[in-house]
Every structure is written in C-alpha cells, then in structure tokens.
Design a protein around this ligand. Structure first.
Ligand SMILES: [Zn+2]
Length: 266
C-alpha cells in the first residue's frame, strides 16, 4: 500500500473511532450538526431532561390540507418568529381518560379526533386509555424507556376539581408549548381536554345531544392544535355552545393552517 493511501485509511479509522466515542458519550448523529451547542432541556421532577432530538430526515406524516373555504379563524400562539404549531412530522399521541367517562363518549371522542386529524393533516396516534383523571398540570415529556412527548389526554372533570370549568364553561382545551431541541423555535406539544361532567350531554343515544357533545370535543381539540376563539357564531371556535355542530368555513381554513407548521430539522 502506498503511503498516501495508508494515511487516508488511518484517517478513516480515526474518524470511525471518533464517532463511536461520541456514541459512547451518549451523543447521537443528530447532535453532530449542533456540535458545541447545548440541547434545550426541561426540568422534570428535579431532573434536567434534554428535549428529544430529531433524527433522520423529517417528513410530513400526512399531506398538508389545502383550505377551500375562508372565514374567521385565529391562532392562539403567535410570536415574533411566527405561528407556534405542532410539528407535522411527529404523530400527536393521544389517550382517553376513562375516569367517569360517560356512556358512549368513547366513540364520540374518536370521531372528533378523526375530524381534527383529517382537517389539519396532523397524524393522531391513539395510545389507548388511562384510568387517571385528566389534568392540565402535567409534564410535556414522559419516560417510556426513553423520554417521549406526553400524549394529549381527553377526559372529564367537575367545577369542584378544576377551577377552569367554573361557571358556564362546559370544556377547556389547550396544548403545551416547548422549545425545539435546539435554538429558540417553539412548538405546540401534547395537550389536555377537560369536559365538564355537569354540562356534558347525558344521553348520547339522542342524536342531537350526541352531535352537541361531539362539537364540544371538536372545539376543545381545535384549541389543542392551536386555534383561538372567534366572534362568528357560525364557527365551532365561537366561545359558547350554539346550534353549530359542524366546522364552519373559518374553522376549516384555521385547521388547515394549524396543520401546516414546519417540521423540526435535525
Ligand atoms: Zn374554547
């Protein structure tokens, strides 16, 4: 072997050992593009937890939705950097809390989630059921071997337990907001929907009540994907329950935009 070739081979071996060494230090290839830059972290139960890095080439999990209608809609989180939205390259994992879940509500919630998924182009991945009550005060990351974004939890509560449901409020919903793995970009993550047991229709075998219940869940899920209230009563994102039980033209345009966020890059 000529001297130059041998040197090149030695260099390659050294490079390979270098990467292996970084692996041993817990640094994954996604971090190499940000070498020397601290990965953003959250403090969870006193432990500093790094935000999960993106690996590979991110791709939308479902096509973006093209809105064919226009009307009133508004996003809740808009910063100087633009709209803060869910990452369309990461599935929104979700669970139903079975704690005091009304009879027949399971199917209504599944239908409402499917509506939001179809209209946003965001993929929702069911992780099943949780027996624990749904609460807003949760961490955005959960440890399941490795740290993952917590699922959206949809459940029922009372005014006595959740001050958010006081008065005429029949439900509340919203996402969490965190930084991406690096830099200052923010994303919507996870979320919670709390439905007031006292206001949730009792008899879901009644078609009109079932439609009202589903519309209520759709409204709260609209908040989870980042929509704010609007003044137009013909939209589901109007703040009160009305006779409107289907998405309005502005809702549809808003949902399409809510699902059109950027994928976080490694
Ligand atoms: Zn609302």
């Amino acid at each position: 072997m000529k001297a130059a070739a041998r040197l090149f081979l030695v260099a390659l071996v050294t490079a390979a050992l270098g990467v292996a060494g970084l692996y041993a230090m817990g640094v994954r290839p996604a971090d190499l593009a940000h070498w020397g830059e601290d990965r953003n972290a959250l403090v969870i139960e006193g432990e500093k937890v790094r935000i999960p890095p993106i690996t590979g080439t991110p791709e939308r999990l479902a096509p973006a939705v093209i809105a064919e209608t226009s009307g009133e809609w508004k996003l809740r989180e808009v910063t100087e950097g633009g709209a803060v939205l869910h990452d369309p390259c990461i599935p929104i994992r979700w669970a139903i809390s079975t704690d005091r879940m009304p009879l027949g509500a399971d199917e209504v919630v599944h239908e409402a989630v499917a509506e939001v998924a179809a209209r946003t182009g965001l993929v929702w991945e069911s992780v099943g059921y949780s027996g624990a009550p749904a609460v807003f005060d949760r961490e955005p990351l959960v440890k399941q071997v490795k740290w993952r974004w917590a699922p959206v939890v949809i459940g029922w509560s009372t005014e006595g337990e959740s001050a958010d449901l006081a008065g005429r409020t029949s439900g509340v919903g919203g996402p969490m907001v965190t930084r991406g793995a690096y830099g200052t970009d923010e994303y919507l993550r996870s979320g919670t929907v709390l439905l007031d047991l006292a206001d949730f229709p009792d008899d879901l075998s009644n078609e009109a009540d079932r439609a009202t219940a589903k519309a209520l869940v759709m409204h709260e899920l609209g908040h989870v994907v980042g929509l704010d209230h609007v003044d137009d009563m013909s939209e589901l994102m109007f703040p009160s329950v009305t006779s409107t039980v289907e998405w309005g033209p502005g809702d549809l345009a808003g949902l399409a935009s809510a699902g059109a966020g950027q994928c976080e890059q490694p």
